[in-house]
Unconditional design. Structure first.
Length: 346
């Protein structure tokens, strides 16, 4: 007797069908565990992250290179970098993979005043600045190429200041070169930089030591490097300079009078006054920024001007000396962070 193809749908057939068909997949909340991400354990300890904040400061910011060399030599890991102006330049190179020795070699390429002139593209008449900044941007692109922030080896935050309203701007996306160029735009000296239709000037105007930039983004502890002297430092530097000047004989400085009359960058002339005025406001901001750092390093050099890049060896050496002196404090900070991580894990 042949089976009826159209046999009635009996209870036995229904039971067999239910066993065969994956009904659970059609019911919300049932049978879906293997298709969903395992929920994270909110109580699990998060790794302690340490950041490095690098201040503005013109050529003296090359002291940041000396600090970085000491950190590398002692295997001190940094999870993120924030910098403004010269600190943004040094920080961007480190984030891009340059080590401390390679950065020193780059600095050595500008060891004469003639080399420095390669970066000068004067504006005439100087309506919005004395230098266009295109050659500065070309110099940055030599090292950083067309790198974007997401291609860097370390997270980097670059601080600039919006010209319209002077609000702080933190760059963390897009191309790195234009962000650093914006952060380096010293008001009155470099023409304001334009990025995405917005004009920017030096990051030091709004945040000369970006400690908060890192802490606001989840960095637990910050090592800050400030190369801008305090008011007390400036007084001591001025007294020291007066003593040195007094001890000089007229034949030791035959061109000083002529230099004072013709050189816009000479001590006490227009560009020096512009830079000094900008630094005066930054000093006040730095007092507050420094308080929020977990470890503060101040490699201060008195006997040189902010644009004297030919003195790079002294700046780097000063950075090394301060970082070496502060090494016990830095290691204690790291040990405290590791201890905190261990306690959280228990």
């Amino acid at each position: 007797m042949t089976a009826n193809k159209h046999a009635p749908f009996t209870r036995e057939t229904e039971r067999r069908t239910r066993r065969w068909f994956p009904w659970n997949l059609l019911r919300p909340g049932r049978g879906t565990a293997k298709f969903t991400r395992k929920p994270t354990d909110e109580s699990a300890p998060k790794p302690i992250r340490i950041g490095l904040a690098l201040s503005s400061g013109g050529a003296k910011g090359l002291a940041h290179v000396g600090v970085i060399q000491v950190l590398e030599e002692n295997d001190i890991h940094i999870d993120a970098i924030a910098g403004c102006s010269m600190g943004a330049y040094v920080g961007s190179l480190w984030a891009a993979g340059f080590n401390g020795q390679q950065m020193a070699e780059l600095a050595a390429e500008l060891d004469t005043n003639r080399d420095m002139l390669k970066l000068v593209d004067p504006i005439f008449p100087p309506r919005r600045g004395f230098i266009h900044g295109d050659k500065v941007e070309d110099w940055l692109a030599r090292s950083l190429k067309d790198a974007s922030f997401d291609q860097l080896e370390k997270p980097l935050y670059v601080v600039a200041t919006e010209l319209d309203g002077f609000a702080r701007k933190v760059f963390h996306q897009g191309d790195v070169v234009s962000a650093v160029r914006a952060s380096l735009s010293i008001p009155g000296i470099l023409e304001p930089a334009v990025r995405d239709g917005v004009e920017y000037v030096d990051g030091g105007v709004s945040d000369p030591l970006p400690v908060d930039v890192l802490k606001d983004r989840g960095i637990d502890a910050v090592i800050a490097v400030n190369v801008i002297p305090s008011i007390e430092d400036l007084k001591n530097c001025r007294l020291k300079a007066q003593v040195i000047q007094k001890n000089k004989r007229w034949w030791q400085q035959p061109a000083s009078w002529l230099n004072q009359k013709l050189n816009y960058f000479a001590k006490g002339n227009l560009l020096d006054i512009l830079r000094g005025a900008a630094m005066g406001s930054q000093i006040r901001l730095l007092e507050e920024c420094s308080k929020r750092a977990d470890v503060l390093l101040c490699p201060i050099v008195c006997d040189s001007s902010w644009h004297n890049y030919t003195n790079y060896e002294e700046y780097i050496q000063t950075g090394r000396e301060i970082a070496t002196a502060k090494l016990p404090e830095i290691k204690a900070l790291i040990a405290a962070c590791d201890h905190s991580k261990t306690l959280n894990a228990k």
